[in-house]
Design a protein around this ligand. Structure first.
Ligand SMILES: [Mn+2]
Length: 285
């Protein structure tokens, strides 16, 4: 099938299937229109796909070869430069289009700014939003734009979706108050452990959307991201949480956002590519 807003790009090198037959559908969102500090997330989708070339598709600890799974890659969204809302509309419409032909497919977004998660959530209408992020992203508006990346968790909360945030180490007093008033629970990166994840996620209603802002990880793993923050999570801590989540909750969509840089094979893209393989492997287990 053809999608209205996607265009051809570098694809995963696996034997890919058509979106109609896929269980996992990769979609790139190369948007960095509101990045505040370190631009380059527009290259995220391409950098992640390119970094996968370096990885074995066989996942040792799962005994799964993800190259044998029904994966489609529908390319990248044709973005509307400088307009996060219009670009997110295209993300939403593309996922709606996909769901019409294949309602069971799990879209996996590669970004690109975190602002674009809103479009996926609008299309998939999850009951809960589980996110790994350095930042609360609960601002009402940032740089005069309510669709700025720093506002995405707020916009999603306003849809009546329950939220749990992990790896947080940056936010404003107002954001913390908004979280408290609206029953949004979050765990500081310093306090994060597996038990804290289970405690907050277990009671959440299904289905769940999982968003991983790459800046949740420790800076050493992800130096090239839009708003880097020291003091983040370890790789296996996040994988362990992902494994529990996909095993215990119905997950309808996933994203890996804010991957930046310009250099092929950069550390951030390698972290994101490994994460992508583990997410697909965990979903298929
Ligand atoms: Mn974020």
């Amino acid at each position: 099938m053809e999608f209205l807003y996607t265009h051809e790009t570098l694809k995963l090198e696996f034997p890919l299937v058509r979106p109609e037959e896929a269980k996992y559908v990769i979609l790139g969102v190369p948007f960095d229109g509101t990045t505040s500090y370190k631009p380059g997330t527009r290259f995220g989708p391409t950098l992640i796909r390119q970094a996968t070339l370096n990885l074995e598709s066989y996942i040792l600890d799962y005994d799964i070869d993800i190259a044998e799974l029904p994966i489609a890659d529908i390319g990248d969204i044709a973005i509307v430069a400088g307009d996060p809302r219009k670009t997110a509309d295209r993300v939403r419409e593309t996922i709606e289009e996909l769901r019409r032909v294949n309602p069971d497919a799990i879209p996996i977004l590669l970004g690109g700014e975190h602002s674009q998660t809103l479009g996926a959530v609008e299309a998939l209408k999850p009951a809960s939003y589980v996110v790994f992020d350095a930042h609360l992203d609960l601002r009402d508006s940032y740089e005069d734009n309510p669709y700025n990346h720093a506002c995405v968790a707020r916009r999603i909360a306003e849809l009546g979706i329950r939220e749990a945030l992990f790896g947080i180490r940056s936010g404003t007093k107002e954001e913390v108050e908004f979280a408290k008033e609206n029953g949004i629970s979050w765990v500081h990166a310093r306090d994060y452990d597996f038990d804290s994840f289970i405690e907050l996620v277990k009671p959440l209603p299904e289905p769940v959307y999982l968003s991983i802002d790459i800046d949740a990880f420790d800076l050493s793993l992800v130096p090239s991201t839009g708003t880097p923050e020291a003091g983040g999570l370890r790789f296996w801590d996040v994988i362990e949480a992902v494994e529990w989540l996909v095993e215990n909750k119905k997950v309808v969509g996933v994203d890996i956002m804010e991957v930046g840089g310009t250099e092929l094979g950069n550390v951030t893209a390698l972290t994101a590519a490994k994460l992508l393989f583990y997410i697909i492997g965990a979903l298929a287990r």
